[in-house]
Design a protein around this ligand. Structure first.
Ligand SMILES: Cc1cc2nc3c(=O)[nH]c(=O)nc-3n(C[C@H](O)[C@H](O)[C@H](O)COP(=O)(O)O)c2cc1C
Length: 353
């Protein structure tokens, strides 16, 4: 419902625009709280938790965390589960991602996203994505670059809304200007592809992610998939070489290639349906219709922004790991030293006899 304003209050960790080393605490006020203050009152008595408890949710929703949550945590009211399982917590991820992005911006790295599929409608983005991807995506209410597809997506959303149904979709995140060599091939937990997959699939309702042409690569031959390599003098960040295509999406062997990092995240349809699915009322054990809480038809454009934030957090971590240092100056020095070395490894000239 977009009740929250885009406003963050910095509580600690920043002075005059610079970090101090103490945790950066940011507050985003939930303006919907007053509607829920009685229902969620921390001082209400445990006996209120019995029959008379307000807005009790026992007709657990298929696709949500309700059922697993109440069974696992021994709760009678799924509201105790859904308040924590809600994607509301991703506001915190986006705020932290904005800090990570600040660090990456210092090294010329840019991150953007756009929606490539929604509710059965494919978008056809331009061959070459705009330089400022987010500025172009933000023009669209659905954050898609294809105007025709956008109109069809809106029609589909309206149809689904009328039917009390919901939609999922796919968002693409693109990161440009990364150096070659973030992440590592040496062990599973250091591979950047695995670290990104964990971060992206941890977003609520995201059920799959692909890197580069992911699923499609599985159906094609090696010659159709792998990106040929050629010399590219004057590109020290990528080791003075480049790929003639970027089907790998900027990652090989768990290591960045220096080509744009391209990730796609697939989100299932929202699980709260206004025309409810069949379920069980956990208070009685009887068949029932699932609870129909206030809910959106789709949240794919918002998920794109969360996926950007999660990508920024993982990449900032990989940057710190590789270039470290106790100040930005020191980190930049390490970065420049590395780019200088990696840029002179393959000279493009035959080796001296
Ligand atoms: C930005 C965003 C908004 C969401 N909004 C809703 C919503 O309004 N109603 C709903 O039922 N689920 C919503 N979800 C999805 C649920 O949070 C998610 O399906 C649920 O926590 C169960 O987790 P799982 O789908 O990852 O298994 C949203 C997800 C995201 C990323």
């Amino acid at each position: 419902m977009q009740i929250e304003q885009d406003e963050v209050e910095l509580l600690s960790g920043v002075r005059a625009g610079e970090t101090l080393g103490s945790p950066i605490a940011m507050l985003i006020r939930n303006r919907d709280w007053k509607t829920w203050s009685e229902i969620m009152d921390p001082a209400s008595r445990p006996e209120d938790a019995a029959e008379g408890r307000k807005r009790r949710l026992t007709r657990v929703r298929p696709g949500h965390a309700d059922l697993g949550g109440i069974l696992k945590y021994e709760r009678a009211d799924a509201r105790d589960i859904l308040e924590r399982a809600s994607a509301r917590e991703t506001a915190a991820r986006v705020a932290a991602g904005a800090v990570a992005r600040q660090l990456l911006t210092q090294f010329g790295v840019s991150i953007g996203s756009h929606v490539v599929h929604l509710g059965g409608v494919d978008a056809r983005p331009p061959e070459t994505l705009p330089d400022d991807l987010n500025a172009a995506a933000d023009v669209s209410p659905l954050r898609t670059l294809d105007r025709d597809a956008e109109a069809r997506m809106i029609t589909r959303i309206d149809e689904l809304k009328r039917a009390g149904n919901t939609a999922g979709g796919i968002a693409e995140v693109v990161v440009r200007n990364l150096p070659v060599g973030l992440g590592s091939h040496v062990s599973w937990d250091r591979k950047l592809d695995g670290r990104l997959a964990r971060a992206i699939v941890s977003i609520h309702a995201v059920k799959a992610m692909e890197i580069g042409n992911g699923w499609e690569a599985a159906r094609k031959s090696g010659a159709e998939v792998h990106d040929e390599i050629e010399m590219a003098p004057g590109t020290p960040r990528t080791g003075n070489v480049r790929r003639r295509s970027n089907r790998a999406g900027g990652l090989e062997g768990g290591i960045t290639t220096g080509e744009p990092l391209v990730i796609r995240a697939a989100m299932k349809p929202i699980s709260t349906l206004m025309t409810p699915l069949r379920t069980v009322d956990v208070a009685t054990g009887e068949a029932a219709e699932a609870a129909a809480e206030r809910s959106d038809v789709t949240a794919v454009p918002a998920m794109a922004v969360i996926a950007e934030a999660m990508t920024a957090i993982v990449l900032a971590d990989a940057f710190l790991e590789k270039f470290g240092g106790d100040s930005l100056t020191e980190m930049r020095h390490n970065f420049d030293g590395y780019v200088g070395r990696v840029g002179s490894r393959i000279s493009g000239r035959p080796p001296a006899p």
